[in-house]
Design a protein around this ligand. Sequence first.
Ligand code: SF4
Length: 203
Amino acid sequence: MSELDDDLRVSACERCPALVESRTRIVDGVGPTDADLLFVGEGPGANEDERGEPFVGRSGDVLDEALRDAGLARADVRITNCVRCRPPDNRDPTGEELANCRGYLDAEIDRLAPDLIVTLGKVPSEHLLDRSVAITSEAGEVVDARIADASRRVLLSVHPAATLYDRSQREGFFEGIALAAEVAGVGDATKSGGDGQSRLGEF
Ligand code: SF4
């Protein structure tokens, strides 16, 4: 894919006319290209579009806090999105836009070969699992899925923003990130953001 540089940066891609119109910049994934944990969100919002980094602003603060709780720093993990350009009015990316950007995401997943992919929200969960996902009830589950020509382990999570408008989601979100660290064997897996109980036996 010619627009994708060796460092997994995308340059000058104009496949999605509406997103080219609405974006300020292309927002590439951040973090080590050999990270054990890969977080995948839906796409850049206003803060991300402005700063050129996925999951900044209030949602990013929640993710950073959950990572810290699990003994991880943002610099320890890789964070990316299904689409790299901000949709207008923060609408969901269309199926065509998701498909347009999929090659970049697959190349990123293929390069990292992470121990675990964490999908942050319904859109990335459905996009990577290729099925409907009831994210509130399925969050915290670890499943195997065929992604980028290999079997990958995926942990489903609500979007960190969900914890901002519904405080009852916070404990589950933090538990999910702690579980992700435990499954990937990184961070402080003994430190849980929730009830302190390992859920490894559940899958
Ligand atoms: S969302 Fe992805 S495929 Fe679409 S224009 Fe941006 S970089 Fe290209």
